[in-house]
Design a protein around this ligand. Structure first.
Ligand SMILES: [Zn+2]
Length: 547
């Protein structure tokens, strides 16, 4: 290939891959398979290695580029990034609309509404269509340089598409994470013994601060544009919010599909009510509705205060909170033996689901909150994570003592308790502890591990209780008559479980390594080990240094 041909080929591959990225990550309509996509990327990578002089700044190979050094750089925003005033009721929205009316008089006013994404605000600066840098909102005046990590967000184009691109545009929006992606991330972190993220916003924010973009790339961050800052030449800047959305959509930047124009306060209120009801059906968290005056000339007339614009307001959904009574406080034994208090609650509906238990971080936390049996407590659900107890709202009439740090394991009743210095929770160190075995079995059979269909809590409990299994390997030796001796099982159900267990033998080695739940071995470490050693025998025979 001549160098001229290579230059052309590289440019066309970059465009083609960008188009597929957009189809996959923004339109959700891929037209090629993952392996075809990988083949394109490999071809580009190899050409770039042969002809590094033709590597383009917007090349998809630059998405997980070099790590950055410690200490984030701060960036001054060319145009201040405001935060919005919050409203909490339809009455407050009506008051805001009345204030807007007062300034604009009898003008025709359109209100643009869009979901308030529970993510991290960032600004993306494109110069001549190429992504120059990305920064967090920070205090509104200066933010943190997160260029390396926004490049790793697949739905953010590295180069804008279209023919009539501005010389410079600052696209602002929200980096967020889908709840399902958070759940997968947390499952991996738990297996690695890392602290889990309590909600998608924390996860997105933590991911943008990572120094290694290949790690943030794996976390599946996403982006929705919601506004713009600087725009040059100004004469070409959009004059209405709806026009801006149409324009950036044309540039290949994702815009929330629910965003639309409303006429009048009644329509706005209806949207707030409707989105509040359907928010659980969205794949990502929203915590309200952003309402903006659509026409930019009207915005200029309304102006802004020191802190926030007068032409926009955020309606916040009521938090998913509820109060209920603590029935009992039990000690839960985790897969690794960690003992944590769990409050059993009188069932209550919170955020659309019935809640009957809430975890308390540890015994210190239980004491700090003063949780006791009979107390009335306020619980809150954040994202899809197990609800937490916010505070005690009323003590029990006859106040019971606070839960004490247990001195023996509730499962094996043996005094195998130890609490290492620095540990927040005691743990049961009995290797034969039945409760730990149950938890290990459940982890082994879970999705992402060996994925054994129909292997739930009650089955694990019975198998351990009846001593049918003594460790995970025993699962593969269960006989039909053993299952039929358990009242839980009829012929059909026993058949299904045995088949599911057999099928799980087909899972790749990396899944098996992960399923074993070895401390500090998460999904990724398991994959690395599997690639390196290929078979379980080789791995077991490996020396400490080899691993
Ligand atoms: Zn135990």
């Amino acid at each position: 290939m001549t160098s001229q041909e290579a230059e052309k080929k590289i440019a066309s591959l970059v465009d083609e891959i960008a188009r597929h990225d957009h189809l996959y990550h923004v339109e959700d309509q891929p037209v090629i398979s993952d392996s075809e996509y990988d083949a394109l990327l490999r071809e580009l990578r190899s050409l770039e290695e042969q002809f590094p002089q033709f590597r383009l700044p917007q090349s998809p190979t630059q998405r997980d580029g070099a790590k950055v050094a410690d200490g984030a750089r701060t960036i001054r925003h060319p145009v201040k990034m405001f935060s919005l005033d919050n409203t909490y009721s339809v009455e407050e929205i009506a008051e805001w609309v009345a204030r807007v009316r007062k300034v604009l008089g009898d003008d025709d006013i359109g209100f643009s509404v869009e979901p308030k994404i529970d993510g991290v605000s960032v600004t993306l600066v494109y110069e001549k269509g190429l992504l120059l840098y990305g920064a967090t909102r920070g205090d509104g005046e200066t933010g943190e340089d997160v260029t390396h990590n926004v490049r790793a967000v697949r739905s953010i184009p590295l180069a804008l598409t279209g023919n009539d691109l501005p010389d410079l545009v600052e696209v602002r929006g929200e980096v967020y994470m889908n709840r399902a992606d958070l759940a997968a991330l947390n499952a991996g972190r738990e297996a690695e013994g890392l602290e889990i993220f309590v909600n998608p916003r924390n996860a997105a924010s933590g991911s943008l601060k990572l120094q290694d973009p290949s790690e943030s790339s794996r976390r599946k961050l996403r982006f929705f544009a919601h506004s713009f800052g600087r725009f040059e030449p100004q004469a070409k800047a959009p004059v209405r919010h709806g026009m801006f959305f149409q324009m950036v959509r044309g540039f290949g930047v994702p815009v929330n599909p629910l965003a639309h124009l409303c006429r009048g306060v009644t329509e706005v209120e209806a949207v707030c009510e409707e989105w509040g009801r359907m928010r659980r059906d969205l794949p990502y968290d929203i915590d309200g509705v952003v309402i903006k005056v659509d026409d930019f000339r009207q915005r200029v007339r309304l102006g802004e205060t020191m802190k926030s614009p007068r032409w926009a307001v955020a309606f916040k959904f009521p938090a998913d909170q509820a109060t209920t009574r603590v029935r009992d406080i039990v000690t839960q034994v985790g897969r690794t033996g960690v003992l944590t208090p769990v409050a059993e609650l009188e069932p209550v509906v919170c955020g659309g689901v019935t809640i009957s238990r809430a975890t308390v971080h540890n015994f210190d936390e239980a004491a700090r909150l003063g949780i006791h049996v009979g107390a009335r407590v306020l619980i809150e659900r954040a994202g899809d994570v197990i609800p937490k107890i916010v505070k005690v709202v009323a003590e029990a009439e006859v106040r019971r003592p606070l839960p004490r740090v247990p001195t023996d394991c509730p499962a094996c009743r043996e005094e195998f308790i130890c609490q290492a210095e620095g540990d927040v929770s005691p743990r049961c160190i009995n290797p034969a502890c039945p409760r730990q075995l149950e938890r290990r079995l459940l982890h082994f059979g879970s999705k992402g591990a060996m994925d054994i269909d129909g292997f739930g809590e009650s089955v694990a409990h019975e198998l351990v209780e009846r001593k049918i299994v003594g460790d995970v390997a025993d699962l593969y030796m269960i006989r039909m008559e053993q299952l039929l001796s358990v009242p839980l099982f009829a012929q059909k159900k026993a058949d299904n479980l045995l088949r599911a267990i057999q099928e799980s033998k087909e899972r790749p080695l990396s899944r098996l390594i992960f399923a074993l739940g070895i401390a500090n071995i998460g999904e990724r470490a398991a994959q690395n080990l599997a690639e390196r050693f290929r078979t379980m025998e080789a791995l077991m025979g490996a020396s400490r240094e080899e691993v």
